[in-house]
Design a protein around this ligand. Structure first.
Ligand code: NI
Length: 173
C-alpha cells in the first residue's frame, strides 16, 4: 500500500512532488484521512498534508487548537483569495523536526475544496488557521516552509538540515 502511517522527513524526495487531485472520495480515502488526525495529534502537529505520508494526493487536515470539533479536512483545495496584509511568525513542520523559522504569509485567505463527505466547501480563515492552511497547501506543491525563509535564516539552519540529510541517508541505506 502506498500510504504509510509515518511522517516523512526532509529530504525525502516524496515531499517535493506535485500532488495529484483526488478523483473520487471513496470509503478507503475517507478512512485514510480519518487516520491522519490521531497521527497528527500523536506528533503534536496542527496540520498534516497527505504528501507528508508519501500519499501523493491533494488533501490536508488541520486542527490548530487540538480540541475535538476544531478539526477539518480539505480535499482538492484551491486558493480563491489571499489578502489582509502579511504577517510573520515562526513555523515548524513535522517533516522538519527541530527546525523553526519565521515565514511571511498573508493574513486572510479563502480556500475552496471538498470535505470528507464530498460536499463542496469554502473556508474563510485568518490568523493561525490561515497560516496553517497555507503551510499545508504548500505541501501539495512540494513546497516546504524552509523554502520561504530569508537568505540569512536559510544559512543559519544549514547545519540542522545537514543533520537531517545524514539521518535520511542512513535510514535509506
Ligand atoms: Ni509542514
Amino acid at each position: 500500500m502506498e500510504h504509510q502511517d509515518q511522517v516523512l522527513h526532509y529530504p525525502d524526495p516524496r515531499l517535493r512532488r506535485k500532488a495529484e487531485p483526488v478523483e473520487e472520495i471513496t470509503p478507503e480515502i475517507q478512512a485514510r484521512v480519518r487516520a491522519m488526525f490521531p497521527l497528527m495529534y500523536e506528533e503534536r502537529g496542527i496540520g498534516l498534508a497527505a504528501p507528508q505520508l508519501g500519499w501523493n494526493v491533494r488533501l490536508f487536515v488541520v486542527n490548530i487548537s487540538g480540541e475535538p470539533g476544531d478539526e477539518f479536512a480539505l480535499i482538492n483545495p484551491e486558493l480563491v483569495e489571499e489578502g489582509g496584509g502579511t504577517w510573520v511568525l515562526e513555523e515548524g513542520c513535522l517533516s522538519l523536526p527541530g527546525i523553526h523559522g519565521k515565514v511571511k504569509r498573508n493574513k486572510r485567505i479563502v480556500m475552496r475544496g471538498y470535505d470528507l463527505d464530498g460536499n463542496e466547501i469554502e473556508i474563510e480563515a485568518d490568523g493561525m488557521v490561515a497560516r496553517c492552511m497555507l503551510h499545508e497547501f504548500d505541501h501539495l506543491d512540494g513546497i516546504l516552509f524552509i523554502d520561504r525563509l530569508s537568505p540569512v535564516k536559510k544559512q543559519s539552519i544549514k547545519r540542522k538540515l545537514r543533520t537531517l540529510e545524514e539521518e535520511f541517508a542512513t535510514a535509506s541505506a
